[in-house]
Design a protein around this ligand. Structure first.
Ligand SMILES: [Zn+2]
Length: 338
């Protein structure tokens, strides 16, 4: 079981109740299977405990609370009347005795404001990157089908497959250049192309190892080579090719953008999530995070964070520009002195 803590907001106030001297938000246990369920669980908890219906805004943090893992979410309500003992506490005057650290509430407030200002934000090149991923997926599956008739030893080298990955990385990287508005007709420099191709080679090699592992595993389980190969290829297509198609273009995109940003002395990047109920616990707290480019906090926050990550960075030349374009609700800049 996990704990779900909905922070209920209304007009710069948050809903709390004093329990044994400590101000506590609505809190409930839930069994977790998918981020998609958070809105429903949060709404049930606020209705049941505080007597208010609520609208989900965002997951804002996952933290440990005693022995348990607590999911903190920001929700809003339009209802003023609350259940017995519940009070609307102004965000500017939060009590000291809080069941959650004050930063959790401040951070959730910041993310809520960003979500409300700019709901349904999407990656600026989402469609293009999806198209590149889909094209790779189709070509990769076609290539892998041809392997079915080969001997497993011929899997030791697969230059055709590596070429497919390289093409995907390079195509996606071109949009990374366009993000910074440096070039309209995106032509990758030799340096960027070489970096993207070496990243593609790394992925190719780890994917090849994965496929070989799968084949070995099925042979060890008693299958014939032919059966093992067929099963391994099916799994590999459904899991590894699928994940790469949805992740690698975004990864390549950000790596290309990073080099251009460094070359052009563009110093800051701001993290953006899709701001919907599917944003995962790894990405949700990063919303609005400001990082100085080419520092360790930057690389720790560079999308894609995980397979299927839909997040993106936007780039700025100064912190003034960050505030002007993104509003005051961004997080304090990280990596500034490193
Ligand atoms: Zn993400």
């Amino acid at each position: 079981m996990r704990v779900l803590i909905p922070l209920v907001y209304k007009d710069d106030r948050v809903l709390l109740k004093q329990v044994d001297g400590v101000w506590t938000p609505p809190t409930g246990e839930f069994s977790f299977s998918s981020e998609k369920e958070l809105p429903q669980h949060a709404s049930e908890i606020t209705k049941l405990q505080a007597g208010v219906p609520s609208t989900f805004a965002s997951l804002t943090e996952v933290r440990s609370l005693g022995e348990q893992e607590a999911y903190v979410v920001a929700v809003t309500t339009s209802v003023e009347d609350v259940g017995e003992g519940w009070q609307w506490r102004p965000l500017s005057l939060l009590p000291d005795a809080l069941a959650l650290p004050k930063e959790s509430i401040t951070n959730a407030t910041r993310i809520l404001t960003r979500v409300q200002k700019n709901a349904n934000a999407v990656h600026p090149f989402q469609k293009q990157l999806q198209r590149i991923g889909a094209q790779y997926q189709a070509e990769a599956n076609r290539f892998l089908n041809t392997l079915q008739s080969r001997q497993s030893t011929s899997l030791v080298e697969w230059p055709e497959y590596t070429e497919l990955l390289k093409r995907m990385y390079v195509e996606a990287g071109k949009y990374g250049l366009q993000l910074l508005n440096v070039v309209k007709q995106a032509d990758l420099s030799d340096e960027i192309k070489a970096l993207l191709e070496s990243l593609a080679e790394e992925l190719s090699e780890s994917q090849r190892q994965r496929l070989l592992e799968l084949i070995e595993q099925y042979i060890a389980a008693g299958m014939t080579l032919e059966e093992a190969l067929q099963k391994a290829l099916t799994v590999f297509k459904n899991v590894n090719v699928y994940a790469a198609a949805r992740t690698a273009p975004n990864f390549a995109f950000h790596h290309a953008a990073t080099i251009v940003a460094i070359e052009e002395s563009v110093d800051y990047a701001v993290y953006h999530t899709a701001r919907d109920e599917r944003v995962c616990p790894q990405c949700a707290p990063r919303e609005g995070k400001v990082v100085r480019i080419d520092t360790s906090p930057y690389y720790e926050n560079l999308p894609a964070i995980h397979p299927h990550c839909r997040c993106w960075m936007l780039f700025y030349t100064s912190l003034d520009e960050v505030r002007e374009q993104e509003g005051e609700e961004v997080a304090p800049a990280e990596g500034v002195f490193s």
